[in-house]
Design a protein around this ligand. Structure first.
Ligand SMILES: NC(=O)c1ccc[n+]([C@@H]2O[C@H](COP(=O)([O-])OP(=O)(O)OC[C@H]3O[C@@H](n4cnc5c(N)ncnc54)[C@H](OP(=O)(O)O)[C@@H]3O)[C@@H](O)[C@H]2O)c1
Length: 322
């Protein structure tokens, strides 16, 4: 098993670009309808949840043009615009949805540009606080994507142009491997990287190390493994000892695992949102031994970005409650 040293000094916030945000964010993907298509059954519940999140101090949101498509951004715009200067809405571009809802990478510069414009319209804002380019480093490659041969530099170049035009504050990348991250850093300053990393799937560990080295925010998506952390033995004892839920412990572990981690747990329930935010309050109560035991539940030295562990695949196959 790998041995990792954990932060002895815990900071509940992180500087992203020139802004300091609390480290537990909110991932809005589940605010679309079933299969991440269309609107949810109760859009008013989604709006109330987003507003509650801001009231409770959430300042880092995650979304994408492909969620709905566009409906999630429209809900966020309805619920939260005009955004305070202290809020970051991280929006992903570079993917679209096919006729059967399938996820399709499309990183042609014209698509990137029009998706950013669509997002600004849907979010009811003139500037994107953070736009990620969705890459292909955490999947089997680019097969099946539109215009497979578009170089990363050209797609990212479209975002850099829009940043110069004052339409984007910060640029991030999602689904990057170390090589793609290094190439992106040659093009522009990367404020945040989004990859899979949670208790049962450490795929993003190598990129996490690169983010620590270069002080880039690392945003683990599926921080609760979409529910797949349930029943993990190492969560039971700390959850009992601290009288909190196992998801709270799973998020607190992420916060302790690295000072650059900003988790974006998703939920449709206000009670779960509050539970998740509680992670920042109890993170320092986890002992170093508990953090280490949680880290050691997987051997990170064998993790690979393109190989999703069976347990994570199983979690993704389970039907959601939408
Ligand atoms: N970059 C990418 O390619 C990419 C890919 C996928 C997702 N993402 C981002 O990652 C975000 C998070 O992903 P996700 O929402 O799919 O998965 P997740 O955050 O790992 O887990 C969400 C699941 O856990 C449940 N849950 C949340 N809090 C809970 C709590 N306190 N107690 C019990 N259950 C709880 C939710 O159900 P309830 O609704 O019942 O609470 C939901 O089923 C997305 O919203 C999206 O923004 C990015």
């Amino acid at each position: 098993m790998t041995s990792t040293t954990h932060e002895s000094r815990f900071d509940p916030s992180l500087q992203i670009g020139d802004l300091i945000v609390p480290r537990v964010g909110y991932g809005a993907m589940q605010l679309a309808g079933a299969g991440v298509i269309g609107l949810p059954q109760d859009p008013n519940n989604a709006i109330a949840l987003l507003q509650h999140a801001v009231e409770q101090g959430v300042r880092f949101f995650d979304t994408a043009n492909a969620y709905g498509p566009r409906t999630v951004n429209q809900l966020i715009g309805r619920a939260l615009a005009p955004f305070g200067d202290d809020i970051i809405i991280g929006n992903k571009v570079g993917a679209t949805r096919g006729p059967r809802g399938e996820w399709v990478t499309d990183s042609r510069p014209d698509t990137i540009r029009s998706q950013v414009e669509d997002a600004l319209f849907d979010l009811r804002t003139e500037r994107s606080s953070l736009t990620y380019l969705r890459l292909w480093g955490d999947s089997e490659g680019r097969a099946g994507s539109i215009a497979e041969d578009v170089p990363l530099e050209d797609s990212l170049g479209a975002l850099v142009d829009m940043q110069r035009e004052g339409k984007i504050d910060r640029i991030g990348i999602s689904g990057a491997n170390s090589e793609l991250l290094a190439r992106a850093q040659q093009v522009t300053k990367i404020a945040a990287v989004q990859n899979r990393y949670n208790l049962i799937d450490r795929s993003g560990v190598e990129v996490l190390a690169a983010c620590e080295r270069d002080s880039i925010a690392f945003v683990p998506y599926f921080p609760l493994a979409t529910g797949g952390i349930a029943g993990l033995d190492a969560l039971t004892a700390p959850a009992r000892r601290l009288r909190v839920s196992e998801p709270t412990i799973a998020l607190a572990w992420l916060l302790r695992r690295s000072a650059v981690i900003v988790p974006i747990p998703g939920t449709q329930r206000i009670t779960h949102l509050d539970d998740n935010l509680h992670a920042a309050e109890i993170a320092t109560d986890l002992t170093n031994a508990e953090v280490q035991a949680l880290t050691d539940t997987e051997d990170e030295s064998t993790a690979a970005l393109t190989r999703m562990p069976t347990r994570m695949l199983d979690a993704l196959r389970r039907p959601r409650s939408t």
